[in-house]
Design a protein around this ligand. Structure first.
Ligand code: HAX
Length: 440
């Protein structure tokens, strides 16, 4: 058993007993109440699951195993090439709950390198898809094609004790994360670079190698990839990609089936596809005004978007009520490496102008930018301009969070998820009969 697996076992298995005890002794304790509005409006704020890897606070933003993004940037091991954290480190942190040392990060990298070979049939399948297939559709299909390799599915079929679920899950999670950069790079090079693929470089770290396989050799782009793939990894359990992965996995669907479900959710424009939508919208804005617009022009553009019944992409959030710290981390990077970039200037101006306009609508709960408001223009700066691909990058990172969580689900013995649904007539009757009363 490798050291990372040993460490996970040591941390996770005793917690299954702790949870059994909590449920036994306090299972009937009330955690809160929920309202009719929450039932109709996406269950926001309703506590409905446990996710060990990270916790989102509406005002403070995300904490990964208790660490904020600035703390991660300070404490996670970095590459020899520069100050940004290595995503192998966030994986180790989410998986074990412990801040890794450099040796742990090297070990994760070695494990992923060993497991990174993608079977040929996955590439053959991708080659057969029509050219117009969206990169996220290709990504999800490639993950599904890779399901032939699931150790969990094979062991389940052979007959496995429930106590052992975590073990083949670990193998699947490690194999899958190890292979995603190669798959994503293959999709990018097939779709945009005439199928001229680049072989992996085993001397590089996971993110650096990904940048290399995409075809970007600039040092600062590798730094960006390390930061990008770290900060997009996890956002507690209720977001669509995390929740979908968790839900599908609760039926004991293996990590390939579960992650594909999560990625299909990430591909929605209100979730991860917003990264693409922001880039498209900003380019449209820049082209309309032949460069950086004035504040007035910008205001006009935003108001037109709203008047057309569209959302302003990259702004708003279902939980956050302030600027997303993932946005701020990317803004810091841009200030350091590309302060004069024209698109960065537009993004900065948007930050100045947009919130007041959104607040004035009187209905948008969070007028501040989210993670997707920034990412695209950083990528464009280094020449990765094909914005339909951006959500795939997000997906490669998000896999780290949702798959470590899925592994915890199995180690903790989480059961099948099955909330109840009701009809509107049922709700009307509850109100009429007085069974449903106004919240305190
Ligand atoms: N532009 C225009 N209208 C917006 C808006 C925005 N950026 N954000 C919210 N609203 C609207 C909602 O559509 C809703 O309108 P209706 O009452 O007419 O239906 C109203 O304001 C109230 O919404 P809310 O409660 O503030 O926000 P929700 O929790 O319903 O939705 C969203 C959260 C992130 C989906 C929303 O803010 C949005 O659509 N933002 C733009 C898309 C985006 O950037 N998505 C990425 C979010 C981060 C993420 O998951 N990244 O992967």
């Amino acid at each position: 058993m490798d050291n990372i697996k040993e460490k996970f076992k040591e941390k996770a298995l005793p917690m299954a007993g702790t949870i059994k005890d909590i449920v036994k002794t306090h299972g009937n304790f009330v955690l809160g109440q929920y309202t009719v509005e929450q039932v109709y409006q996406g269950m926001k704020g309703m506590i409905g699951m446990v996710t060990e890897t990270s916790k989102l606070d509406a005002n403070e933003g995300i904490r990964f195993r208790g660490y904020s993004i600035p703390e991660l940037r300070e404490k996670l091991p970095v590459s020899k090439e520069g100050p940004e954290p290595l995503p192998e480190g966030i994986f180790y942190l989410l998986l074990t709950g412990e801040m890794p040392l450099l040796k742990d990060v090297i070990e994760v990298n070695n494990e992923w390198m060993k497991r990174a070979t993608v079977p040929k049939h996955v590439f053959d399948m991708l080659d057969m898809l029509p050219d117009k297939t969206h990169p996220m559709t290709q990504f999800s299909m490639a993950i599904m094609a890779l399901q032939t390799e699931s150790v969990f599915a094979r062991k389940y079929r052979e007959g496995m004790n429930k106590k052992d679920y975590w073990d083949p899950m670990y193998e699947d999670v490690m194999n899958l994360i190890a292979r995603l950069p190669r798959i994503a790079a293959y999709i990018y090079r097939s779709t945009y670079k005439d199928g001229k693929h680049i072989e992996p470089d085993p001397k590089l770290d996971w993110a650096g190698n990904f940048a290399h396989m995409l075809g970007f050799e600039e040092l600062d782009f590798r730094k960006l990839m390390r930061l990008y793939l770290t900060i997009h990894a996890d956002h507690e359990g209720g977001n669509v990609s995390a929740h979908a992965t968790h839900l599908v996995g609760s039926a004991l669907s293996d990590p390939y089936l579960s992650l594909a479900a999560g990625m299909n959710g990430l591909a929605g424009p209100l979730h991860g596809l917003a990264a693409q939508e922001v880039a498209r919208w900003i380019i449209e804005l820049r082209d309309k005004y032949n460069g950086v617009p004035s504040r007035e022009q910008l205001g006009e553009f935003i108001k037109t978007t709203l008047a057309e019944g569209k959302v302003v992409p990259g702004y708003g959030h279902a939980v956050l009520r302030k600027t997303d710290p993932r946005y701020t981390a990317q803004q810091d990077f841009a200030k350091k490496y590309m302060a004069d970039d024209e698109l960065f200037k537009i993004v900065q101006l948007l930050y100045d102008v947009t919130p007041e306009i959104l607040k004035a609508t009187g209905k948008i709960k969070n007028p501040w930018p989210n993670v997707d408001a920034h990412s695209g223009i950083l990528l464009m700066h280094y020449g990765l301009v094909e914005y339909d691909f951006y959500t795939v990058l997000f997906g490669v990172s998000r896999a780290i969070g949702v798959l470590t969580s899925l592994l915890w689900d199995r180690a903790l013995g989480m059961p099948i998820e099955r909330p109840s649904s009701v009809t509107t007539q049922w709700i009307q009757e509850k109100i009429k009969s007085g069974d449903a009363v106004k919240a305190e």
